[in-house]
Design a protein around this ligand. Structure first.
Ligand code: AMP
Length: 592
């Protein structure tokens, strides 16, 4: 099946979904056959397939890989070699995913027809929503979408995030003007790469249309909360602009100015007064329903690491606005949709669309334990399960094969099967393999954290102080959220409190400088992660932490200090022993 045939919209898209989920095995086999027929003679596949295009040869001989195995091919293509190293289709762009490898962002090959596949998935969302929420055609959506600056490979291929690629494509720009696509944000404001100006104009446009807005959202919950925070800081300016009919002079982007001048045609003091009286209220609990009185729901990813934002979103929505999580996607491949979008966020399950790519699954132990390490990939290959044959209740790591040149590639997500829609399995997103800390698109593993702390703790040595234990958490009570490290330090000469502030601030900096590219980009460029904090705890705190875990049934023999803490009681304990708190005084270095 070719991606170009996936040009369905509205009810047609639902029919196609119905059809493909009824014969998952057949559709998947067709996809794999097609991929092998087209790409079997690429340098990458041919080294294993040796001229065969048989499914059984593929299953027997093609290894399960992570990025490091495909990276050399991707780099050769980025440096000018032909796409046919990995795919028979011309690679049109490299998508930078939020994952990193050896400190750099991962580049994912993408071909023209991938945009058709992504558009097919987007086209499913509205018909699905219409089944549950009536009247969405009668108004607009205030969706805050952002475009990033792109660069290019030495061979001239664009390098950009998948969403930037989509917003710049004709699929988005020339989308049919039907109600699904009535956004409050003019396209020029979405396409503006200055995130402050883009945010300013999109929120202003949303306020101007406040009485027509039926849906609110952003791709990820973290971005939506940043917008609310921006609104808190800028509502006075928004009211001034609406009252005077003139756009704030800090907006200098020409596209934004032109688009906004159409919306700010004449002064509207009545609207400005309404917004002002709402924003002036002491508590912002339920502010979203007041500013956008006809809004029916908030759409954003609130599963996985984004679940940490649910309480704050509920505060601003005052429980009146359901949180709707519609899709599961990645730069490698768009994956699935939520067919029960009004369900509780904890019950969200994504139905994997069998025509997006070829999917296999590495079985994992209960609750996702016994994750397969890179060394165990030979073992993983022998155990892979097809999409149609996963079992309810079991945990798996997803593996994809795409037309664009990824073969048996581990995206890094752990999923649990919750049921089936027709014959297509539905999955709960459990976690990202090995990720312990994440605020926005950053993903920090236990190993990354350990490496950074090992670097930073050296700065204590000249003071004869020693880091004896550490753990971490994310603090999302601030917007943007930030990483918090709990450090227990012993010092032979100094009283802890005498360790000078600058030493611990330097430690915060050193940790941040050693964290990966995406973390530093989020901190410095996107401002979607706040300065890292070290909370120094009293001596003996980590022993009390161990006692706490053991009192909750943990085994003393097997106890290891958890490197990231989520339990409220453990966090309460740590926070009650804090004797000093220090933040990074400046941004880490980040070079595009
Ligand atoms: P990227 O490669 O930067 O596009 O990020 C894709 C990753 O984001 C996925 O592999 C998941 O780990 C995460 N992700 C995407 N959609 C969802 C979702 N609906 N729920 C939880 N995590 C998601």
């Amino acid at each position: 099946m070719d991606g170009k045939k996936l040009e369905y919209k509205g009810k047609e898209a639902l029919k196609e979904l119905e059809k493909s989920t009824l014969k998952v095995d057949e559709v998947q086999e067709g996809i794999l056959k097609d991929i092998l027929k087209k790409n079997g003679s690429t340098e990458y596949l041919n080294q294993f397939m040796k001229g065969s295009i048989d499914i059984s040869t593929f299953k027997r001989l093609v290894p399960v890989i992570t990025y490091s195995s495909i990276r050399p091919y991707i780099h050769r293509i980025a440096n000018g070699e032909d796409s046919s190293l990995i795919t028979s289709h011309p690679i049109t762009e490299m998508l930078c995913s939020s994952g990193t490898s050896a400190g750099e962002p991962k580049l994912m090959p993408s071909i023209a027809e991938d945009l058709d596949r992504r558009t097919y998935l987007y086209n499913l969302i509205m018909p699905i929503m219409n089944q549950y929420v009536p009247g969405l055609d009668d108004g607009k959506a205030m969706y805050l979408y952002f475009t990033k600056v792109e660069r290019s490979t030495p061979s001239g291929l664009p390098v950009r995030p998948v969403l930037t690629s989509y917003y710049k494509s004709k699929h988005f720009k020339c989308r049919p003007r039907d109600p699904f696509n009535y956004y409050t944000s003019p396209d020029q404001t979405i396409l503006c790469t200055d995130s402050r100006q883009s945010m300013y104009c999109q929120l202003l446009a949303g306020l101007i249309h406040r009485n027509q807005v039926l849906r609110l959202g952003a791709v990820f919950a973290s971005a939506f909360l940043r917008a609310i925070n921006f609104l808190e800081r800028n509502w006075v300016n928004f009211c001034n602009d609406i009252r005077s009919g003139h756009l704030d002079p800090s907006i200098t982007d020409l596209g934004c100015r032109t688009a906004m001048s159409d919306l700010l045609k004449s002064p509207d003091p009545v609207l400005a007064d309404e917004i002002e009286s709402i924003c002036r209220s002491k508590s912002w609990k339920g502010i979203l329903g007041q500013l956008w009185p006809k809004a029916k729901y908030i759409e954003a990813v609130v599963t996985g690491s984004m679940a940490q934002y649910i309480p704050t979103l509920e505060f601003y929505g005052a429980g009146r606005l359901p949180l709707v999580c519609t899709m599961y996607a990645s730069s490698e491949c768009y994956l699935g949709v939520n067919l029960k979008p009004l369900c509780d966020p904890a019950d969200v399950a994504y139905t994997i669309l069998p025509n997006m790519g070829y999917f296999e699954f590495i079985p994992l132990g209960n609750n996702g334990s016994f994750l397969v390490d890179e060394e165990d990939e030979e073992v993983a290959k022998g155990k892979l399960v097809d999409l149609a044959h996963v079992r309810v209740g079991c945990y798996y790591e997803i593996v994809v094969t795409t037309f664009a040149g990824l073969y048996r590639y581990r995206i890094g997500d752990v999923l649990q099967v919750t049921g089936f829609y027709n014959k297509a399995p539905q999955f709960r997103f459990v976690c990202r393999r090995n990720v312990v800390l994440s605020i926005d698109t950053d993903k920090t593993s236990e190993g990354d954290l350990h490496k950074s702390i090992t670097m930073a703790k050296k700065l204590l040595e000249p003071y004869e102080a020693l880091l004896v234990e550490y753990t971490s958490c994310t603090d999302t009570s601030t917007i943007p959220g930030h990483y918090v490290l709990f450090w227990e330090i012993i010092s032979h000469t100094n009283e802890l409190t005498q360790l000078e502030t600058h030493v611990l601030e330097d430690c915060c900096m050193a940790v941040e400088e050693s964290l990966d590219y995406v973390y530093r980009r989020c901190r410095k460029l996107d401002r979607s992660v706040g300065p890292l904090e070290i909370r120094v705890v009293e001596p003996g705190t980590f022993e009390s932490l161990m006692d706490l875990f053991i009192s909750h049934g943990g085994s003393i023999n097997q106890y290891k200090t958890p490197r990231c803490i989520k339990s409220t009681s453990a966090l309460d304990l740590l926070n009650s022993r804090v004797c000093g708190s220090f933040f990074s005084p400046r941004d880490p270095i980040w070079v595009p």
